[in-house]
Each structure stands twice: as C-alpha cells, then as structure tokens.
Design a binder for this molecule. Sequence first.
Ligand SMILES: [Zn+2]
Length: 236
Amino acid sequence: MTLRVEDLQVLFEVGDRVRFPTADGTLTGTVEKLNPARARVRCGADVWTVPYAGLDHASGASARERGERAARLKDVAANARALMDRNGLHAWSFRFGNARQKLGECRAKEKLIVLSRTHATQGAPDDVADTILHEIAHALAGPEAGHGPAWKAIARRLGATPASRAHESDAARRTREAARAGFRAGDTVEFTGRGEVRTGVIERMNPKRAKVRSGDTVWFVPYPRLRPIRRSRPRE
Ligand SMILES: [Zn+2]
C-alpha cells in the first residue's frame, strides 16, 4: 500500500524545521501552515509554499519521527483494506482525509471509506480499528440504516462499538458539550438561519442540536452557533 501525495501532509507539523530544494539551492525554514497539498514555510523574510513531496525534515530526530508516522499510516491503510476485503467490500476504496472533527466517514455513493489522517496517526490503535469497523458496518448496512438497529447488529457482529459517537473526535465532543452547557430549555437565543439572523426559544436540548422555535418555524441549531439573548430564569 503506497501513500498518496496528500497523505504526506501528516508527516509535518506547524513549527517543524524543514529544508527543500529551489533553483538557487536548498533552503531551510519553519513550517507555518499545513494546507492540503502544500506547506507554507517561512525562511527569514520570505514565505514559500512547498509541495509535501519536496519537503524534508532538517533534523535527524524529526526525520525518524516522520518515518514512524509514515509506517503507521501504511499499517492502518493495509489493515483497513484487509478488513474491507474480509467483509466483501472488494469494490470499495479506502483513503485518508483531512477532517479533524470527523474520525471516519462512509460515502456510499462513491463506495469509499475515509479515515481521518490525524486520527490514524495519533489515535490509540484500538480506537482506529473501531472507527474502521464502524464505517464498514455503515457500508454493509446501507445509508438508510443510519445508526439504527440494522447498523447496530452489523457493528456488533464485526466487533465495533455500536455507538454513533464514534465519528466524532474527543476535541469536537468537548467543544460541543461545553457549548451545550451554556443553554437550557426556555432560553431565548439568536442564530443565523438561511442567511438571516433569527430569534427563537429553545424547546428541547438534543445532544448535538437545540430545537429552537422561531415564529412558526422550528430549527435544529448546533450549540456553538447559538447566542444567548435571555435566560429562561435567573441563575444563582
Ligand atoms: Zn456512524
């Protein structure tokens, strides 16, 4: 299993000292930003955008770590491929994705399973395997099944945790729970819906989205997108 060009992004981090060839010789600089295909590298007063394939770590320690991360990615990809084949998903493809909030994704129309590259290199191996099986269960159950009983039965049979939260990274869950803790049913809130600022009252606090009534319309709004206007009752 070979790594795709975009998978090389995971081999670098902001702040890494790197070197790369230019027409005027090799330059050394510091990674400022990791864009999908290229890194932004600062060399003194100049900024370069360099494709990952052309970048090398400037220190031996980083180069070693780079090798370990690349090996880990290859292992995870090979394991995903083997698990997919064992479950009859020969016609499906696997690849790594850039998402940090979503650990994995099953795209039925494209017959594609995507795994977060960050999760693959930084997650505990058991968690990463669990995410792969979670997505395989989606592939087998079909998109209509959602996280319902049919999907759960397949997830259990495969040995995956039959819980929907497996898509969400810990960081994303903490952000969502912190935002949710700031509201309660009955609060008056402001949010942007279809490009307009709207005011409504929270009717129900679902785990991920608040059910908000605004006039005759009900909206389901993620907590980080709500702004408090008036509390349902004074807080002590
Ligand atoms: Zn799922």
